[in-house]
Every structure is written in structure tokens, then in C-alpha cells.
Design a protein around this ligand. Sequence first.
Ligand code: ADP
Ligand code: MG
Length: 695
Amino acid sequence: MTTKQAPSTLQKMGLDSPMALALHLPSRYEDETELLTIEEAIAQCRFNSAQTQGVVIRNQVLFRPRRQMLVTIEDETETLNLRFLNFYPSQQKQMAVGTHIRVRGEVREGFQGSEMVHPTVRALAPEAPLPASLTPVYPASVGVSQTVIRKAVTQALRDPSLQDSLAEFLPKKLMAELLPSNDWPNLQAAITYLHQPPADANTESLLERTHPAWRRVQFEELLAQQISLKRAHAIRRERHTPSFKKIQDESKDKNKKQSFEEGLLKVLPFKLTNAQERVWSEISHDLSNSFPMNRLLQGDVGSGKTVVAALAAARVMDHGYQAAIMAPTEILAEQHYLKMKEWFEPLGVQIAWLSGSLKAKEKRLAQEVIENGKAQLIIGTHALIQEKVSFAKLGLAVIDEQHRFGVRQRLEIQQRVGSELFYCHQLMMSATPIPRTLAMTYYADLDVSVIDELPPGRKPIATKVVKASRRDEVIGGLQSWLSKGLQAYWVCPLIEESEVLQLQTAVESFEQLTQALPDFKVGLVHGRLKAEEKAAVMAAFKANEIQLLVATTVIEVGVDVPNAALMVIEHAERFGYAQIHQLRGRVGRGSADSVCILMYAEPLSMAAKERLQTLRETSDGFVIAERDLSLRGPGELLGAKQSGDAMLRFVDLQRDAWLIELAQQAAERLLSEHADLVERHLERWLGSRAEFLKA
Ligand code: ADP
Ligand code: MG
């Protein structure tokens, strides 16, 4: 083993085999291949790192302005000061007067002449040889020095087992055909190059990870990902689920019950839009297959995804199977619960509710009816998979706002619905469009349906951006708005650092507005309220017993009150794109003209300014999502914050987008022409992470 020097820390970093060390690639390099005289270093390398050497002629500890060590070295050309603001006694000894040292750092003009602050120092004889390659700097964790990692990596690269682990086995012919002008080195050469680039290497392309050696590594990693996705796809097609074809309506025969599907369409107070009809026929087709559906239903806020999910549930229930709808937050789940009750209870459907906040007894009851099959439709939060629920006969799982679940949770969902116990049809819903690169990678085994049309009668929302200093004016406007018999929201921001502070500002606004608007009833809803209390306030708002609802971001999703067409958002500068877009989607649902007022406090950062401007100019969810993504990167959409392991290690989807297609083609050919190599490639690149890539 190569990790004898510091087994615990290196192992903690996952660097427990020659292969793991070989794939621990440098994040940057230091150039120690060039040695300058002190004079040259001072002249040429200001603001650049330079390496020089000399004899220590002075070593002082100064106390002004604070305790520090000042060392002066000299060669035949010049003298140079080295300043250390922190230092150990061992360093004092290392740099004792008369010692010859080699130093590397940035030369600056100090009060006492040219100096380096905290240079790297090594006690070396003047004639000590220079390294032939650039010195790698590795990602490290606390307590592991670069020296330890470098030694371990160097040793690993010499390990005989690595010949085998890194052996080239991608067929030459395939590579040549795919990459006509391929200047990529083979894998072993690429890895060695990245650890030990020669002195004249193009460091820019190394740092930007666009060097052919990087390309080779990135290609292989993507290839592994593409193979595992294609496999997941094939495996899904081989699985068996009951097929849920449309049940012909038998309601004309008075003795037979009408189907839930037909019943629901009759109960609905509206006609489906063309877009809803289209996506429903796509989903209906999937449901009639005998392998599990894996479909994403995408549509902007307010486009009417819920009813499509309800139709899918009705279809499955018509065949005597259960359907479950899961949402990432309690409020959103609750909203679904209420909607489903409204639509399905008149048809005699048994609906169960399960969330983490239920009392133990209620939870047990819910679990019981889910398990014995009495519950036909089950609505809930993540509790549906967490709480050891066993379904009697689950035919469909709907997952709303799936990207808001973390990677780990998504994996759990995946494992549950794809487990030995049952394979069920899966429908995910999201208002956030998936960019092409993600669709080709992480979401490759996913069919997508898009609702690209809003229900008729929606009025465009006029968005205004207003300084907080004009608060009184805004309240004046609110007064005349409410006088027309309309309702409104007043949203207070989330204060990340403190829930108490957040509550306090909401309460303050509530009190101020109650005083300023004595003719109207003002309500307050926030995250600290119990579920029943929240429900009571929301019900009162819906019944127009409350005209103005002051709320924290708990109303971000789910609320649906058509008479409330005005929304004021306080401290809009603290919200992200998606949040404001979601919030704003709550208005513009009725017949009144809708208005959203974004109040901001100064100073406004450039980013916030741009954000507010974009939000004022457009309410197109796709445009907003794109802006949002270009700012945050795909990681956040994937929930990478929850689990960095899930990400590709060497590939950046934005930078390396063009490689994805190449890897896709290579994966197809490898699977069809060289199936024997597939396992080996997956093992090399994914190992234990293979599972994560499916989440
Ligand atoms: P989202 O796609 O954001 O989840 P919802 O499913 O909550 O949107 O629908 C938003 C609102 O539009 C709801 O009040 C819903 O009842 C209504 N709605 C859905 N489809 C139609 C339609 N075809 N015609 C009119 N209103 C509709
Ligand atoms: Mg929704």
C-alpha cells in the first residue's frame, strides 16, 4: 500500500488505493522548474510567483507593528527580505543566519525594500537540482499536507497494479472513428501528465481543464455515466408493471359505476387546455405500457399540472390500484390534499394523508389504510417513503417539484418505487425547465412532457419595482385596492440567519398594516404556526374573511385564491429568481388585473438589480429559469449541495457540453459492439457512486 505515511487522514479523504490516488488530480500547479537570481526575481516577477535562492544574512524578530520575523537573504546580485507574520521556532532555526535556502513567492515592494511575504522555504544547497515537472497542488483536507499527498501519489503512480487499473481498453478503432483528429493521450499517459506536467506545459489549458489530457479523463468519466444511464433505461423497459389502459365509460348502463377518470372530467369546473390534453395523452400512453413510466411533466407555475396528475391517479384507481402524490413541503402537499378531496371525494374515492407532523396515532391509522388498501389515493410529504409505509397495491407515484427533494431523497424514492417489492409508474412534476446538458446526462432516462400554455383568462401580471422608502405610498395603493373588494398578499422575506428575526419582521409588518388599514381584516401566516392554525388562516383568506394576508415565504407554493391579485413583496432583493417567480404565480389567477410590487431596500447589489429588472420585464418561466441557471450553475438544480458525491468529478456540464454527445455515441457503440468491456469501464469510473448517478 502506498498510504503508510498517514493512513488515517488519506483514507478519510477516500485515498485508499493506488487508483484512488491516481484519480486524485491536482487543482493547480506551482512552477519550481525555474530558478531566478534575486535581481531577476525582483525585476521580472512582481505580482507573479518566482523562485530564487540565497544565504540568510539576517534573521530578526520584530515587534512593530506586531510580532513578526524578518529574514534577509542575499546572492551575488541582490538582497531580498522575507516576512513572516506567523512563525514557529522551527522556522527560525531553519532560516538561521548562514543557511542557504530556496524560496518561492510573490515579490512585492515593502517599506524596507523588495520582499516576499510568507514564501515557501526549503533549506537546499545552491546546486540542488530543479524538478523537471511542475509541482502539483492537490485538493486537501485539514491536517493533510501537500508533501504527504504528493509522496503518496508519486508512489501510487509507480505501483504495478496501476498498469492494470489504467490499462487502455477502449478499442482503438472505435476511438479513431469517433474522434477523427484525436490528439488525446491514452488514459495512463493522461493521468501521469496531469500529475507531473513537464516544465513547458500549457498551464492555462491545464488550469482550465481543457488540455487534451483532461479531455481524455473527462470523456471516460462521461462515458461511464452514459453507459450507466443507458443501462438504467434498458433495465426499466424489462421491468413489469400492470398496464393501465383507459376503461371505457360504462355510465350509460345505469347499474355500473362510471370510471373515476370520466367522473373527474365531469367534476372539473373547467375544460382542459390543448397543452393539458396533449400531455395527458402522452402520460396515458405510458400508463398503458407494461413497463414503468418515468416521465417528467414540466410546466410553468400555474399551467395546471395538478389536474393532469389527478387524471393519471384516476386511471390507476380505475384499475383497483393505489396512487400516491408526494410533495416536498407540507404546505404544498396539503394544497394537493385539499384539491384532491374537492375533486375525488364526490366520486367516492378514499383519500389518506400522511406527513411527518401527524400525531403517532393518526400516523398509525393512515399507515393502516395504506397497507390494507382501503386508501386509494395517498397524499403526503417525504414521510410517504420515510415512515416505513407499505402500500397494498401502488400503481403510480407522483412526485411534485421533484428537484426540490435532495439527491439522497430522490435516490430513496427511486429505490422504493423501483424495488423488488413493486415497480410502479412514476410521474415527476416541475416548474423548472431542465437545460439540455442536464437532460442529456443526469436526466437521460427520463421522458419529458411540457405544458406550454396557461389556462385561458389569465391576465399578465404587471410587476413594479419600488424603493422601500415609498412604503407609505404602497400602503395607500393597497388601501384603494382593498376598497374595490379585492384581496392582497404582503410577503415578508426569509431571514436565513434567524427564524426569530424573520418572525419578528413579519409581526411588525402585520401590526403596522393592521393599524394603517383599520377597515380591513389583516391576517398573518408563518412557518411557526401549527398546521391547523395555518389551515384556519388560509381558509379565512380563501373565504374573504381576511382581505390582506401577511405571510412569510410559507405561501411560496400552493396557495390558490383567485380574488387575491395583488402581491407586495418586501425586501424583494433578498429573494432569488425562482422564489419570486413562484410567489408571483400566486396572483394573476382571477379576472382582475394582477399586480406584483417588488419593494427593495438600498443598497442594491449589481446582481439584485439585474434580477429585479429581469423579473419586471418578463414573467416567462423559461427565460427566468435560464437566467437563474446561468447564475447558480446546474449543481443547485441537481441538489448537489446535499451530496457532492453525486456530481461528475472531472466534468463541468457547462464547459464540457460538447463532450456529452461524443460520450453518448461511444456508450451506444460500446454497449452494442463491446459489451464485454462495459463492466470494467463502469467499475473503474463509478465504483460505489454508480447508484448516485441514477437519482
Ligand atoms: P401548477 O402547474 O403550478 O401546479 P396548478 O395545477 O396548481 O398549477 O393550477 C393552477 C390553477 O389553474 C388552479 O387553480 C387550477 O385549478 C387551475 N386550472 C388548471 N387547469 C385549468 C384549465 N384548463 N382551465 C382553467 N383553470 C385551470
Ligand atoms: Mg403545482
